[in-house]
Design a protein around this ligand. Structure first.
Ligand SMILES: [Fe+2]
Ligand SMILES: [Fe+2]
Length: 257
């Protein structure tokens, strides 16, 4: 547990970024006067969902990323990551969430603002490129910080080689948000796993049934296969079983698609 206040830790990190980003102090004034960065939550219900949550999360991410880099310094890949850039990525990877339209106070909690249609990683990048000439590595790290699993992050992870900066930012982000995840969210995720298992079992039932039919119309199975494959829910065995069913059904997939 770190004892110093979030704002003191924020200021230390800003000092560290100053070497590479000379306009940083002016940018912080803009954040204070023109955005909700210092008072917004980091999410409506998943993590740091309280006033000041965004800056607290950002500081945690920057510090954790720097700590991991330090611990791994014996490896040149990590040593080569610029500390100023790393602190900058940690502090501002979610800065788009600080825009006044992003979260709206709703009673004792928050909700998404209706006007915001752009994912927050892109919003963060738009904002930062207005202020700084940032390197390609920093751009990629911010755009892909949501990681290997969702949206733009996933696309970028599939298309590009990851840099150590990407991995440090993403990992530190995960540490911070997972450690703060409210219990209700964990319970919800556990429930989702049970539902996923039920869906999988039902799908297995459909496969078993379809395997026993003669002249079965494969379009239904094909659409199921496509859906579950996209969702990453099919085991290799299920995938092969569905392939067999489709193959035996004389359907012209090109025409059907
Ligand atoms: Fe984020
Ligand atoms: Fe984050």
């Amino acid at each position: 547990m770190r004892k110093r206040s979030t704002m003191m830790r924020f200021c230390d990190l800003v000092d560290l970024t100053e070497k590479k980003f000379p306009r940083i102090q002016k940018f912080c004034e803009f954040l204070r006067d023109g955005t909700d960065y210092f008072i917004a939550p980091a999410s409506t219900k998943y993590h740091h969902c309280f006033e000041g949550g965004l800056v607290q999360h950002s500081v945690e991410v920057a510090e954790t990323a720097l700590d991991i880099r330090k611990a791994m310094e014996h490896d040149t890949h990590f040593k080569e990551v610029n500390e100023s850039e790393l602190a900058f990525c940690g502090l501002f990877h979610d800065v788009g969430k600080g825009l006044r339209e992003y979260y709206i106070k709703d009673g004792s909690g928050y909700r998404y603002g209706q006007k915001v249609k752009v994912p927050h990683a892109q919003l963060s990048l738009y904002l930062l490129t207005d202020w700084f000439a940032i390197s390609w590595e920093v751009r990629q790290a911010i755009l892909s910080h949501n990681g290997m699993f969702t949206g733009t992050g996933q696309e970028i992870y599939q298309r590009h080689n990851h840099t150590v900066l990407d991995l440090l930012l993403h990992t530190a982000d995960m540490f911070s948000l997972k450690l703060d995840e409210p219990k209700e969210v964990k319970v919800k995720k556990e429930k989702k796993k049970v539902v996923d298992k039920e869906i999988e079992n039902k799908l297995q039932g459909v496969i078993n049934w379809a395997e026993e039919q003669e002249n079965f119309d494969a379009t239904f199975v094909y659409s199921l296969q496509e859906y579950f494959e996209r969702e990453g829910r099919l085991s290799q065995r299920q995938l092969e079983a569905l392939d067999n069913i489709i193959e035996n059904c004389n359907i012209d997939m090109d025409e059907w698609a």
